[in-house]
Ligand binder design. Structure first.
Ligand code: ACM
Length: 262
């Protein structure tokens, strides 16, 4: 299968313009599964919870879902993308997983970063793994990388690919993903954005360099640091199923959980 990333430069609040940008960047490139950045349609620096609610939508009733469903049908592909999700009075930094037949799942960011704590409710859904036939896909969002338990949990639950929409502001994640993938024998696609936002009393810069990682922690594709980008790589998701290290050791089976602090 072909795994792809679109690395974007969202304009804050311009949902339609950001949709057009994504489609333009995809061009005629083909992928079976595309991963797009966190909050890819709205931008990142909401001025508090009220603005998050204004930019939010319900799943699957919202307009973004309809646009995404059409995009997946037109291109016969699956997409994981970050957006602002509203449910009742709650507002989440979420990612939706869409396919040609409609919505497959959603994930609400569990580990909110910095001022996100003032803008969103913390995620309240489990780390689900979604089987789309060509692959089993787990989702985490940006700062979740900093907690190895997330990739571990998704991998233990059978994920072959970790889809990782991101708006990275620190430079460490791409290097850490080498270890996340190696220690779990799992693929990952960290889809980052570029650009700056200066809306909430500080300037925030996003670090680009999206990465697609192989099961041995090898770098399969890497995006530009300061420009929009698109990357696609052919992978065999089944490579993530064999956790054997040698005849005596297995990444998961020979763990000694009775000695671990969880
Ligand atoms: C982040 O979690 N967006 C840094």
């Amino acid at each position: 299968m072909i795994l792809g990333i679109v690395q974007t430069h969202p304009v804050f609040g311009d949902i339609t313009g950001n949709q057009i940008q994504i489609e333009r960047l995809m061009g005629d490139r083909q992928a079976d599964l595309w991963v797009m950045p966190e909050l890819a349609l709205t931008g990142y620096e909401m001025r508090g919870r009220k603005e998050s609610l204004e930019l939010s939508e319900e799943l699957p009733a919202g307009p973004t879902t309809k646009w995404l469903a059409q995009l997946c049908r037109d291109r016969n592909c699956y997409i994981v993308i970050g957006l602002v999700e509203r449910e009742g009075q709650k507002v989440y930094n979420s990612s939706v997983f869409m396919g040609p037949k409609g919505i497959i799942g959603r994930y609400r960011k569990v580990h909110l970063f910095d001022k996100e704590v003032e803008r969103f409710d913390p995620g309240d859904l489990p780390f689900d793994v979604f089987d789309i036939g060509i692959a089993r896909v787990g989702i985490m969002i940006c700062f979740d990388w900093r907690f190895p338990e997330v990739t571990r949990t998704l991998s233990l639950r059978g994920a072959q690919i970790v889809a990782h929409p991101s708006n990275l502001v620190l430079p460490f994640c791409q290097a850490a993903m080498v270890t996340r993938c190696f220690e779990n024998n799992v693929f990952a696609a960290t889809a980052n954005r570029i650009g700056e936002e200066d809306r909430d009393g500080r300037k925030v810069s996003f670090t680009g360099r999206s990465v697609i990682m192989g099961t041995q922690g090898e770098l399969l594709a890497s995006g530009a640091i300061a420009a929009t980008d698109v990357m696609t790589v052919e992978i065999d998701p089944k490579k993530a199923d064999d956790k054997t290290i040698n005849p005596y050791n297995d990444t998961f089976r020979t763990r000694r959980v009775e000695f671990y602090e969880m």
